[in-house]
Design a protein around this ligand. Structure first.
Ligand code: GLN
Length: 281
C-alpha cells in the first residue's frame, strides 16, 4: 500500500535545485491539488486514494526541475486567503503584496463615505479583487495594458464574486479620463533590467517581463506616472499606495513629495525592506 507519506518523500527526493523546505512546500501543494491530500494526511500516513487518479508525476517533476513555478502547474495560488488563478500572462501574487493590502484595508475599514479605488497594472487582479472583497463599500476599477492579463483578472473576479470594473488602459498614456478616486493603488514593474541577473530562474524564465521590469535609465517611471495620475484624479485627502523596489525608497518618496503630496511615508515589509509608499494628496 502506497502511503501519502511515502509518495511525499519520493517526490521531495526527486526535486533538484530547491531548498529542502521549498521542495516540501511544493510537494504539499501538488498532493493537495492533484489528490486532495492535506498536510495532516501526509503526516498521519494515510493511504494514497485511488480516486482521483494520480497525475503523471514524472512530467510534473521534470517541469519543476526545469524551474517552472508550481503555481503554473496547478494553475492557482493563494493570496490573502483567496484562491487566484494564474497563468504565464500574469505575475504570480507575492506575499509582500498581501502586506500592501493590509496597509490599505487598515486605513479604510471604517470608511463609510465615497470610496472609489483604482488598481493600476492589476495583473492577476489580486489587489483589486481582494480590496473589493475586504472593503465592500468600495467601488473598484482596475487597469492593465495586457488583454491576456485582463482575462485572468476577470476570471478571478467572477470566481471570487468580486465586483471590479476592468479596463484595458495604459498608465503611461492615460488619454481621456474624468473620474475622481479616493484611493490609487499600484504594484507596477519595478525590477531594473540590470537586476535581472540576480533573479531566480523560475521568475526570469516563466513570469511576464512586462509586469516585472523597468529600464535602468528611469526606474521610477511608473511611480511618476501614478503620482501624476493622482494629481489629476485623486480627490482631496485621497491617497496613493504603491509597492516599491527596496533600493529606491527615498527616491520614490521624493517623486510624491515633488508633486505636492503630503505625509509621504515609507513602510517596510516583513523582511525589513522598504517596500511600500503611501502619499496623501
Ligand atoms: N517583487 C517582485 C519580484 O521580485 C517584483 C514585483 C514587481 O515588479 N512589481 O519578483
Amino acid at each position: 500500500m502506497l502511503t501519502a507519506k511515502s509518495l511525499f518523500d519520493s517526490l521531495v527526493g526527486q526535486l533538484k535545485g530547491y531548498r529542502p523546505e521549498e521542495a516540501r512546500a511544493i510537494v504539499f501543494l501538488l498532493l493537495e491539488h492533484y489528490l486532495l491530500l492535506r498536510r495532516t494526511d501526509v503526516v498521519a500516513g494515510k493511504p494514497v486514494p485511488t480516486n482521483p487518479p494520480q497525475p503523471d508525476w514524472d512530467e510534473l517533476i521534470q517541469r519543476l526541475n526545469n524551474h517552472e513555478p508550481v503555481q503554473h502547474l496547478i494553475g492557482t495560488t493563494e493570496f490573502c486567503g483567496l484562491e487566484f488563478q494564474v497563468s504565464p500572462a500574469v505575475l504570480i501574487p507575492r506575499p509582500e503584496t498581501e502586506e500592501l493590502i493590509r496597509l490599505i484595508v487598515r486605513d479604510y475599514a471604517e470608511t463609510t463615505g465615497q470610496l472609489n479605488m483604482i488598481d493600476i497594472g492589476t495583473g492577476s487582479g489580486c489587489i483589486a479583487v481582494t480590496l473589493a472583497r475586504f472593503l465592500p463599500q468600495a467601488s473598484v476599477v482596475a487597469w492593465d495594458l495586457s488583454p491576456e492579463a485582463l482575462e485572468v483578472a476577470q476570471l478571478n473576479a467572477q470566481t471570487l464574486l468580486a465586483d471590479v470594473e476592468f479596463e484595458q488602459r495604459d498608465i503611461l498614456n492615460v488619454g481621456e479620463e474624468n473620474r475622481l478616486f479616493e484611493c490609487v493603488v499600484s504594484n507596477p514593474p519595478y525590477v531594473t533590467l540590470s537586476e535581472a541577473e540576480h533573479m531566480e530562474t523560475n521568475v526570469l524564465r516563466y513570469e511576464p517581463h512586462l509586469a516585472l521590469f523597468v529600464e535602468d535609465q528611469d526606474p521610477l517611471l511608473f511611480y511618476k506616472a501614478v503620482a501624476d495620475f493622482g494629481q489629476q484624479h485623486l480627490s482631496i485627502g485621497g491617497a496613493c499606495f504603491v509597492e516599491i523596489n527596496e533600493r529606491f525608497g527615498p527616491q520614490t518618496q521624493q517623486v510624491f513629495e515633488e508633486r505636492n503630496y503630503h505625509n509621504v511615508q515609507i513602510f517596510k515589509d516583513i523582511h525589513g525592506k522598504e517596500r511600500f509608499v503611501k502619499a496623501v494628496k
